[in-house]
Ligand binder design. Structure first.
Ligand SMILES: [Zn+2]
Length: 104
């Protein structure tokens, strides 16, 4: 009976939704990219920030993303992840991100 359940309405059906689930937006440039190229940093309920290498979203309630175009070093300099997670991000996390990205 219902025929309006098509793929086109999957994310735009609720105009007032603050953040559609499934959208991965870069914390630094705001672009949403291929999630395979994005790093995910998650914060647990206890306020522990870590690099979520599994990228499955199970690591914590709030997650911040960094797209493949943005460097971890720049994100650190601009406190991009701090702004999204609303807490301090330890240097070890940034260091780990740089290591994953093979940045200096
Ligand atoms: Zn970016």
């Amino acid at each position: 009976m219902t025929t309006t359940d098509n793929a086109d309405s999957r994310e735009s059906s609720v105009p007032n939704a603050p953040k559609p689930v499934g959208t991965r937006k870069c914390s630094l440039c705001g672009g949403s990219g291929d999630k395979r190229g994005m790093l995910r940093v998650a914060k647990t309920k206890d306020g522990v920030v870590f690099l979520d290498k599994a990228k499955n979203g199970k690591g914590g309630g709030r997650g911040a993303y960094l797209c493949a175009e943005c460097s971890a070093a720049t994100a650190e300099k601009k406190h991009a992840l701090e702004r999204v997670l609303k807490c301090k991000v330890p240097p070890e996390v940034y260091a780990e991100m740089k290591a994953v990205r093979s940045e200096q």
